[in-house]
Design a protein around this ligand. Structure first.
Ligand SMILES: [Fe+2]
Ligand SMILES: [Fe+2]
Length: 319
């Protein structure tokens, strides 16, 4: 499959699992087009054309024409110059690597990370938090993230890939949407007597048991094994990066008893304690890996010869 086709299909799968819903995403893309049409001069020149079809600002091809034929992907959660050198070294040793698939964004996908954060309002709306409330808290947090990332050295990874001429693309919210949907269906929709049962249900998922064996199991960071979970949600799985901790209180008011998360910040933990919301930190790497695996399963249906070379926290599990 060609790089462009593979990436377009990945975006389609991300849209199908998007908490905003397919229609809202289509509306958003139309709005981008209307905005673009109104622009002139420098503003038009600087407009990111990618925004006209891809609603995930943190997912894009960083290097490659799109015409490259892909069968074997190096897949990793964090890919920087070191991993690109590793790809080149492995190629020298005869390993076939047609392209690199990164999860955590780099380059422009990282520069624009804050744009995808607005979908957190939709994730929270699914559990009953009013959108006006979420948006009120998200706005300042998005500004903060944008300013912080703006100062980073954003383009090292793509430059390394360019120099060694290895096609590279990143899928972040695309696969985080898939794992969010998976967690809501597989874990959150079921009934449990206590948090211990929730942990057991998580450990029944291949990725979580694999990472648990390596010393990175799901852990209860607030609450106890014998505590009752109440209403469970996986609101901390998609939407770019952690939302503002104020939204934890909002979830508590909306009736949430337990939040499943990839990573819990100290401030969020403080709020969870204050409002007696149980929190399970499920393993960041295992959770990101589930999302990537779900996407690869879908892509493998189209490209039967698709295989992976696993690095940087990723382990391929087929479903
Ligand atoms: Fe992720
Ligand atoms: Fe992540």
């Amino acid at each position: 499959m060609k790089l462009r086709t593979l990436f377009q299909q990945a975006v389609e799968h991300g849209i199908a699992a998007d908490p905003r819903g397919k229609d809202a995403v289509a509306k958003l893309l139309k709005k981008e087009k209307r905005n673009y049409d109104k622009l002139t001069g420098k503003e038009k020149e600087l407009f990111d054309q990618e925004r006209l079809w891809n609603p995930f600002a943190d997912s894009r091809i960083l290097h490659g024409t799109g015409n490259e034929e892909l069968r074997r992907l190096m897949v990793g959660i964090d890919i920087e110059t070191a991993e690109i050198l590793l790809a080149d070294r492995m190629r020298e040793r005869g390993e076939k690597i047609d392209a690199i698939f990164i999860h955590h964004p780099e380059g422009r996908a990282l520069a624009d990370l804050d744009y995808v954060m607005s979908l957190q309002a939709d994730v929270l709306a699914h559990v009953g938090v009013p959108v006006n409330h979420s948006e009120g808290h998200l706005g300042p947090r998005m500004d903060k993230i944008r300013r912080a990332i703006h100062a980073d050295n954003l383009f090292r990874t793509e430059r390394a890939a360019e120099l060694l001429n290895i096609p590279i693309f990143t899928c972040h919210t695309v696969t985080d949407n898939l794992v969010w949907q998976f967690m809501e269906k597989t874990i959150c929709s079921k009934k449990y007597d206590d948090l211990g049962e929730v942990i057991n249900a998580l450990l029944a998922i291949s990725e979580y048991s694999t990472y648990a064996k390596k010393g990175n199991p799901p852990i209860i960071v607030n609450g106890s094994k014998s505590g009752r979970p109440g209403k469970i949600t996986a609101t901390e799985f998609t939407g770019g990066t952690n939302g503002p901790e104020e939204l934890l209180e909002a979830q508590s008011r909306a009736g949430i008893g337990t939040i499943l998360s990839m990573h819990v910040t100290e401030k969020t933990l403080e709020k969870a304690k204050e409002h007696h919301v149980n929190m399970i930190q499920c393993s960041h790497m295992a959770s990101d890996t589930i999302g990537i695996n779900l996407l690869l399963d879908k892509l493998a249906k189209e490209e039967k010869r698709l295989s992976t070379f696993d690095v940087s926290g990723f382990i391929r599990v087929k479903r």
